[in-house]
Every structure is written in structure tokens, then in C-alpha cells.
Write a protein that binds this ligand. Sequence first.
Ligand code: AMP
Ligand code: MG
Length: 506
Amino acid sequence: MKTMIRKIDEINIDKQVIQEAGEILKDGGLVAFPTETVYGLGADALNEEAAAKTYAAKGRPSDNPLIVHIAELEALKKIAEKIPLSAIRLAESFWPGPLTMIFDKSEAVPYGTTGGLNTVAVRMPNNEIARELIRAAGGYVSAPSANTSGRPSPTTAEHVREDLDGKIDMILDGGSVEIGLESTILDMTVIPPMILRPGAITAEMMEPVIGNVSIDETVMGKETEQAPKAPGMKYRHYAPKAKLLIVEGNIKEEVLAIRQLCYEGMRNGKKVGIIATSETLRYYTNGVIKNIGSRENEKTIARNLYAVLREFDEAGVDIIFSESFAVGGIGSAIMNRLEKAAGHLCISAAKVAGRQKYRRIVFVSDTDTCRGPMAAELLRQKELYQEYVIDSRGMVVLFPEPVNQKAEAVMKSAQMTMAGHTAEAFSESEIDAEILLLTMNESQKKKISAEYGEDIAVYTMTEFVGDDGEILNPYGKPLSSYGECMKKLSGLIDKLTEKLNSFTKK
Ligand code: AMP
Ligand code: MG
């Protein structure tokens, strides 16, 4: 089947295109169209065969019911029974909009549309293209998200084309959607009404209108064995191809843990993706990093979520690490979709941090021109199980000078260089709980302890790896002494590597 793609502008709707699309739906065909939430795959909701086509095109399990979309409140009476007053109040407040309500179904609605249920889900979308199309199609359009079942929902016409090209009659391309997450689903057949799927319309928004609203506990539940009340919520929906892991903690912990997990993943030869936010973007350096939006305005995160998951698919990443988001407001819907995309795989940031004894290692020598920078460079060449920031500093640095030439010469002969290094003095402001200071000799260590307190982690290099003695300064001696010094350092760095790696599980 050839899929026609028609551009359409919500501000200036081409009636003829709508007419054409409406005819296709009336004839039992399939048309994808934009709504304010995600793109929907439209079919005549009162036509059983059209429903069957919808399931086939999406590869959707047929027990997963479709939402019926209407354009006028009047239309509700024909498909729903026992409509409570509270539903009318909600409709008046939130329709057209991203709220789906579930009612007992009338005879008019075929079981093909409701996945065999005696109830029907109904929504009036707040997108002019959608409502015009619904009118042109006769008033009742079933429209699940226009993606292949299990893939992230489509938020652009291009996403729809990726999944359904050749499987449906037409795509109406109305640009990017506004909200980006599917509607809130509220079951009106129970008292109090129950949220089966969180969305942009939250319990806090509905309660002033109708009083108490409950929430299906499986929505956010990670370990519950109970089946969700919306059949579709039991599937590992919204999933990217890569494994997705949500890292939970406070934001600083999350960033540090993701950095470490990314480092570990890359060491194991994995292509790693990171879901970052505008606020944290600059703290990541490795991996395929995507900005999902701003924490200041979570709507931007909702809008970008599915597109970002699809971009990771295109980038061919093996594993994605995501920061987590506050539950509350649209944040609940964001976390619900992320958790489903992750198949509920979460990891505590604190747990990752617990494996990391130090995060920064600083080699301290006198002038930071020879032994310190050599040790630092030697350690950088090692295969470490954890990501460390490795630096060197001097006790007395008068000028920001380059390294000693003989030191550079011996390092060069071993295919290493310290060309980028400039001597820098150690300063108190660098001290934090995550720093490990390794000095060349006892007197440097004593001086640091005396000056900055006993609490800071400072050891001589030899002491830290369980050896005796000190690392002598070769300054003023022939080149061979520099070679000796490098050899000594090299042996110590091997032991140091082993010790550091023993802190981290492989
Ligand atoms: P989608 O159309 O892809 O947004 O998915 C529709 C969602 O609505 C699925 O999770 C369905 O299980 C849910 N749904 C539709 N109709 C009903 C219903 N009658 N009762 C409970 N959940 C429903
Ligand atoms: Mg869907």
C-alpha cells in the first residue's frame, strides 16, 4: 500500500485535504493525524473491520482497547452509558484536551474497538486538525498512538512514517505535537474516579472540579504483581531498542553516578547514551549525550522524551542512562513513561557512589614539573575500572612553567608526553571528601596534614600501595636518574592501579 503524506496547517486548515482523509476513514481506511498529545492512528471507531486493520498496522495485541475520539460533547451520548455528572463537569473543564474518560459502552461501539471490554474510552482532542477530521469521518474516530506497538509514541509525522509507511492510507503532517505524552486516562465507572494512566491533566487539576480522584497503584509501582487496569499499561511500551536504566538520587549524585556508569559501559565496549537536562548537560563529557529539556519547565521534557528515545535508536546505542524527574504535575507522567521504557530498571545513585571511594587523585610534588606530572600521566595510561580525575600539583610553584625537559625526554622514549602540562600550586579550595592526595615523600605529606587538617586523605605514594621509602627528586642529575625515577614511579603506579581497581567491582 502506498501511504499518502499530506501537509496540513492547523492555523489555515485545507478543507479539501480533510475531506479526502475523512472519506478514507468512512471507507474503513487508516489515517494518521496530529493531536495535541501524540500522533494518532485514526479509523472509524464504529466499524469493527477498521479496528482490526488498526491492530494489524500497529502490530498491537488485540486485547488492548482503542480510545474513541469525538469532536462535540453531544457525540458522547451515542457511545457511552451511565455518564455521571462529574464526567460532564470534567468535560466542561478539560475538553477539548488531553483527558480520556472511561464509561460503560453502548451497543453502537463494537467489541473490536474496545478490545472485548464492556467499557469505552473517550477523548475530545484539542487540535483543530484532529477535530475537523473527526467531523469529516462521521464523528467517531478510534486513534491509538500511530507507532508500531512497543516503540516510542510518535510526536512528529516523520516518526509515524518511520513506523507505518506502506501500512496505512494517509498521514496528515501537522508538524510537531504540543504535549508529547499520551492523555491522562480516568476511569469514570468507579467511585472515586481512578487515574489509569498519568498525563498532562493531573489529579491536582481534577480534584477541585470533582473532588477525590484515586490512582491505579500499578501506575508508578515497580514491584507490584497486580495487573494494571488499563490493559495497554501492562506492556513494555514506549521502549527504545537499547536497554534503558534510570538513575535515582539527588541531582548531583545522579550526575556523578551516570558519569561512572557511562565510563564503565564504555570500558566494556558499549555505546552509551545519556539523557541529560539543560541544567546538567555540561557535566557530561563521554557518550552520546542528549538534552531532554529543562527541569525549570518540565513540559519541555515531556515534549522531547519520545523523540530523544527514537534518536538513541538511530544512533545505535546499546545502553542509555537517564536522570530521574520529580513526581508531581507532569513529572508523574514523565516518570511513568520513562519507567515503562526502562522496563522498571532503576539504580540508586548512592549505590553507585558507594563503590567509589575517591573521585579525584592528585599527585603532589615540590614544583609540579617532574615526579608529580609523570605519575599522573602514567596513571592516565592505566585501565581503571572507575572514572577518576587525575591531576598533579606542587607545594611551591612560583611560575606556571612547563615540565622539566629531561623528565619529558624519558616519558617520550616510552611513548608518553606531558607537553600539555603547566605547573600549578596545590590550594586549599581543591580539598573535598572525594580527593586522594599522594605525595612523593613524608615531609610533603606532613606539611599538608599540618596545614589542612588530619581529616584529608593524604598518603605518600609508597605508603598508599604498601611499600617503603620515598621517591627521590632527580633534579640536577643526569638523564639516567630521570629514567630510574620513571621506572620507580611506573612500578608504584602498577600497584596503585591494582589497589584503586580493588575498590570498584569490575
Ligand atoms: P493508546 O491508544 O496507544 O494511547 O493506548 C490507549 C490506552 O487506553 C491503552 O493503555 C488502553 O489499555 C487504554 N484503554 C482504552 N480503552 C480502555 C478501557 N475501556 N478500559 C481501560 N483502559 C482502556
Ligand atoms: Mg500507544
